[in-house]
Design a protein around this ligand. Structure first.
Ligand SMILES: Nc1ncnc2c1ncn2[C@@H]1O[C@H](COP(=O)(O)OP(=O)(O)OP(=O)(O)O)[C@@H](O)[C@H]1O
Ligand SMILES: [Mg+2]
Length: 366
């Protein structure tokens, strides 16, 4: 096992900068998740660590060794890809053994290790089958098994669950977490799935357009996003964003008004300036008397445990009204066209600079 340290890593492809100035250190034995939208550079980061791609600038360390110029095979990392890339003509057992054979491990040890891994992933009954005789979930577990059997210093996983159906995904995710708890191998996991990021990670690295936005524990990222991109990327439904003008003790949204929380006073907001206010759906309550905001229901989506309501802010010009997502109890019966009065939990209100996207409420507390 080993730490992984990226120091000011940049990767350019013929003039195009895929990732820029990436610095983070995954301590030995931890599980980190790199998350971000498609094309933000997640795979580029992972492939660089694996040695499948080179970096243009910066330093890469595995343990204490600088590995920029070390070939992939000598880095002692195992990578699992989204498309499992099993050898189609080999059996499951041979696939699991492949990496060990390449390293000239003796056949007795190989057999023992394959068996242990197959047992832990519940694929022992599949050892004689070929990949085409397996379901997607089973293939995925074989791919994981092949990586585990090698007992690498570092695991690199690139969207390894994205081809699975929802239920298998949940199960395999839980298995992965247990596996990590058991083996404690330093792992870096790339995904654009926020549930995977939140549930698996010791620390989450949020990437956007090739740059790190924030590195923090899941709950901290969720509760204290540093900017509007992070705030709206993590959370489902995402944080609501409302354009508002600061008017001293209140924010004005068209002809509706939200009181400015006292804790924003030391932000020295300038009167008449526009801001983006952020509030998560779970921090909005339906009120019985007119409070904070008035909305009209546009869409009702029952989810079993709760009802998701998409509504539009009522104002002088409803066509311009901002959309607002709310969560309601499954016992409530909202209907399209209903008018709802909302109360916002102002303690959780975020305020973003509309130019830079910075979360001013977090900046203040740092
Ligand atoms: N070999 C390459 N040559 C040129 N551009 C590349 C190359 N590999 C990646 N890129 C570009 O670098 C950027 C980052 O790509 P990368 O594959 O790292 O994104 P990603 O975050 O993994 O996306 P996804 O979620 O879709 O897998 C993209 O704009 C991509 O087009
Ligand atoms: Mg990718």
């Amino acid at each position: 096992m080993a730490r992984v340290y990226l120091e000011h890593v940049t990767r350019r492809f013929s003039g195009f900068t895929a990732v820029e100035d990436i610095t983070f250190e995954v301590p030995d034995g931890q599980f980190w998740v790199v998350i971000g939208p498609s094309g933000c550079g997640k795979s580029t980061v992972l492939r660089s660590i694996a040695g499948l791609d080179s970096v243009t600038e910066g330093n890469l360390y595995i343990g204490d060794r600088r590995v920029n110029d070390v070939p992939a095979r000598q880095r002692d990392v195992a990578m699992v890809f989204q498309n499992y890339a099993l050898y189609p003509h080999l059996t499951v057992a041979e696939n699991l053994a492949f990496g060990l054979r390449m390293r000239q491990v003796d056949s007795k040890s190989i057999r023992a290790r394959v068996e242990t891994v197959a047992q832990s992933l519940d694929i022992i009954h599949l050892l004689d089958r070929q990949p085409r005789q397996l379901s997607g979930g089973q293939q995925q577990r074989v791919a994981l098994g092949r990586a585990i059997a090698r007992q690498p210093q570092v695991f690199l996983l690139d969207e390894p669950l994205s081809n699975l159906d929802a239920q298998l995904r949940d199960e395999t995710r839980a298995e992965l977490k247990q596996l990590h708890q058991r083996l404690g191998i330093t792992s870096i996991y790339v995904t654009h799935d926020q549930v995977e990021a939140m549930t698996l990670a010791d620390q989450i690295v949020v990437l956007n357009q090739g740059r790190i936005q924030q590195i923090a524990a899941p709950q901290e990222i969720y509760a204290q996003p540093v900017n509007q991109m992070v705030a709206t990327f993590l959370g489902s439904p995402p944080m609501n964003i409302l354009q508002a003008t600061f008017e001293g003790s209140t924010f004005h949204l068209d002809d509706q008004v939200i009181p400015c929380p006292a804790r924003f006073r030391n932000l020295m907001l300038v009167k008449g300036q526009p801001f983006n206010l952020g509030i998560r759906p779970e921090h909005i309550q339906i009120a019985s008397s007119a409070l904070h905001l008035k909305v009209e229901v546009r869409l009702v989506e029952p989810l079993g445990r709760e009802i998701l309501v998409r509504s539009v802010l009522l104002g002088e010009n409803p066509a311009n009204g901002a959309m607002l997502s709310l969560q309601m109890l499954p016992t409530s019966r909202p209907r399209v066209g209903d008018c709802l009065l909302l109360q916002l939990d102002l303690e959780h209100l975020c305020i973003f600079d509309p130019m830079t996207g910075k979360n001013l409420s977090v900046m203040e507390s740092l």
